[in-house]
Design a protein around this ligand. Structure first.
Ligand SMILES: [Zn+2]
Length: 365
């Protein structure tokens, strides 16, 4: 089954469980005539909201690319995750407010058998559904499912706190519900902020997964004629759609025909293996021995700068007396100063030559 169908099915299970809880609570509430239990049932109805949002978001994100959104609609998933994270956050804030009110003016709660039965049933149901939904979310890399699973788990923890408080109240006559609630609320708020931060980070554009970039680079370098691969960038349009580019270094004697064949093969291979549309750029690499000395000088000069992470794309044209190379610098380093320093030292070492350095960003590992 495809990913979106699995997400929707999981969300519907979440909705169903909540609806069963609503029916169960409403029935008990009506039989016992307890307004509190009926209100709790209504509250459960809103818990199905995160699952409903997930379903709508998944449907929207699955729409095919169109003229206005040629990269597809996959990023809708990040927006749904953000919405559900906000629901978790709001749940935490509301329950903290209620808990503080209970601490200030503790009300002697009267727990009937009915309400305890309901609390236990709700905890069990929410715990199971929460773990299940969050697990599927992690497996499918769906932030929305993960967040809505966490939402259910927090409900279970909150109810658990209420239950323990109820038992303490029955046995020792102490009302601790407010304190329990406050502590749990703080945890929920923290988790909500983390979930939201995670999603916002995806929207801003995260550093690509180290394992994935490692594998892609390995594939790129495995081709005959490829002397090195650099500048791998990956942009995501939702968890399922990745578009990127990379540079490969090839011998300068290679013909356009050979390069054409090579890059076609690589792009197809990468797409088949990882589902990534990768554009390949070319760096020529010297095939003669004479340029090796210049390269060695460059290596020893760049070694003096700890801010330089990598030197690549070196190419020396002895006829034109030009040398080009790329410097990948650390984000915290003063890249321009490093670049000027390296070029200056190279010019001093080879007065007749022109040096052109390109500053590359440290896009991926
Ligand atoms: Zn480069």
């Amino acid at each position: 089954m495809e990913r979106s169908k699995k997400i929707i099915r999981t969300s519907f299970i979440g909705i169903a469980v909540n609806l069963v809880l609503v029916a169960f609570k409403a029935a008990v509430g009506l039989i016992t005539g307890s307004v509190a239990i009926i209100m709790d049932a209504v509250n459960n109805l809103s818990d199905a909201l995160s699952s409903v949002i997930t379903v709508i978001g998944t449907k929207l994100s699955g729409r095919a690319p169109d003229k206005k959104h040629p990269y597809g609609h996959g990023r809708v998933e990040y927006i749904t995750s953000a919405l559900i994270s906000v629901i978790v956050l709001v749940t935490g804030v509301i329950s903290l407010k209620e808990s503080i009110e209970k601490i200030i003016t503790p009300e002697k709660a009267t727990y009937g058998v009915a309400s305890i039965v309901i609390i236990v049933a709700a905890i069990a149901a929410k715990l199971i559904i929460g773990l299940y939904v969050r697990g599927v979310g992690k497996k499918l890399n769906s932030g929305a499912l993960e967040a809505s699973g966490s939402d259910a788990l927090f409900d279970a923890v909150l109810s658990g706190g209420t239950l323990i408080a109820a038992l303490i109240s029955i046995i020792w006559g102490l009302t601790l519900e407010g304190w329990f609630g406050a502590v749990i609320s703080v945890f929920i708020i923290k988790a909500g902020i983390e979930l939201l931060g995670d999603t916002v980070s995806s929207i801003i554009g995260k550093r690509a997964d180290k394992e994935l970039t490692g594998k892609i680079k390995e594939t790129l370098c495995s081709y005959e004629g490829v002397r090195g691969c650099y500048d791998l960038t990956l942009h995501n349009y939702g968890p399922e759609r990745l578009i990127g580019s990379a540079h490969i270094e090839v011998p300068d004697e290679m013909t356009a025909k050979q390069i054409h064949k090579l890059t076609r093969n690589i792009s197809t291979d990468i797409y088949m293996k990882y589902g990534i549309i990768l554009t390949i750029g070319i760096y020529a690499s010297n095939s003669d021995e004479e340029t090796a000395k210049i390269r060695e000088t460059l290596n020893s000069i760049t070694a003096e700068y700890p801010g330089i992470l990598q030197v690549h794309g070196f190419y020396a044209d002895l006829e034109q007396k030009t040398v080009t190379f790329d410097l990948v610098t650390d984000f915290s380093a003063d890249s321009q100063a490093i670049c000027d320093g390296v070029v200056g030292k190279m010019k001093a070492a080879y007065p007749g030559f022109e040096f052109f350095a390109v500053l590359d960003s440290d896009y991926s590992d």
